[in-house]
Write a protein that binds this ligand. Structure first.
Ligand code: 13P
Length: 256
């Protein structure tokens, strides 16, 4: 069975709750006809409730969160728990995003703990991995990816892996306007799928969706998404414009 494409918009630290309604009015209209792509919006925490309320349980556009505490509850001032996210009908959570790794000290081990907590709460983790420019220039991209996969996914069962989405986001391509070429991205995605196959078997790895993220635009999306192992896109900057994001979603619609 072909893997259904998955396109997610990570709004990062942008958008207030009052900006959500005008955004959704345009985005829903522009994507109304699309039912062959899984669409997910990932607003900041403070806009989750409003987005959830407007989407009102629609299955066509689902909700993700940008972060989550690895702890279930308790004295963790400033943190947001998986249960709180479930309460707002959040279905996905980003884990190990390079901005969280670089700016907030998120390690593979923290990512692993968040994944375990998310899975226990029926939230599907989107594990972000990717190499820096220096690592690529040193020819280390595959070993970096393998280390991040190993560190965050160690010990998971096949059933658990089935719930996980991996996003390949080369750090040098995030927010720089410098996307990986379709060939570079395909090669990394192939490597990731081979790692999943080696560790959990081909039945699971052939079902796993692997997203590309890093300067995806309406212009380059189609070429990236037509690669055999690229199953979707994790979009930052371009997802802030509902029309541009809708175009990226359209680029993921499978050809007849
Ligand atoms: P940009 O699309 O802005 O490069 O961001 C990518 C990203 O980090 C998505 O999570």
């Amino acid at each position: 069975m072909p893997r259904k494409k998955f396109v997610a918009g990570n709004w990062k630290m942008n958008m207030t709750s009052s900006e959500v309604a005008p955004y959704l009015e345009i985005f829903r209209r522009e994507t109304e006809h699309v039912d062959t792509v899984d669409i997910t919006l990932i607003p900041p925490f403070t806009a989750l409730a409003k987005t959830s309320e407007i989407l009102d349980g629609t299955q066509r556009i689902r909700l993700g969160a940008q972060n989550m505490s690895p702890e279930l509850k308790g004295a963790y001032t400033g943190e947001i728990s998986a249960t709180m996210l479930r309460d707002l009908y959040v279905r996905f959570v980003l884990v190990g995003h390079s901005e969280r790794r670089r700016l907030f000290g998120e390690t593979d081990e923290i990512a692993r703990r968040k994944i375990i907590t998310a899975l226990a709460t029926e939230i599907r983790p989107i594990l972000c991995i990717g190499e820096t420019l220096e690592e690529r220039q040193a020819g280390q991209e595959n070993s970096v990816l393998e280390g991040q996969l190993q560190g965050a996914l160690a010990g998971l069962t096949k059933d658990q892996l089935d719930e996980i989405i991996v996003a390949y986001e080369p750090v040098w391509a995030i927010g720089t306007g410098l996307n990986a070429t379709p060939e570079q991205a395909q090669s990394a995605h192939r490597f990731i799928r081979d790692y999943l196959a080696k560790t959990w078997g081909t039945e699971v790895s052939s079902r796993s969706r692997i997203l590309y993220g890093g300067s995806v635009t309406a212009e380059n999306a189609r070429k990236l998404l037509s690669q055999p192992d690229i199953d979707g896109a994790l979009v930052g900057g371009a997802s802030l414009d509902p029309r541009a994001f809708a175009e990226i979603v359209s680029a993921a619609v499978p050809a007849e």
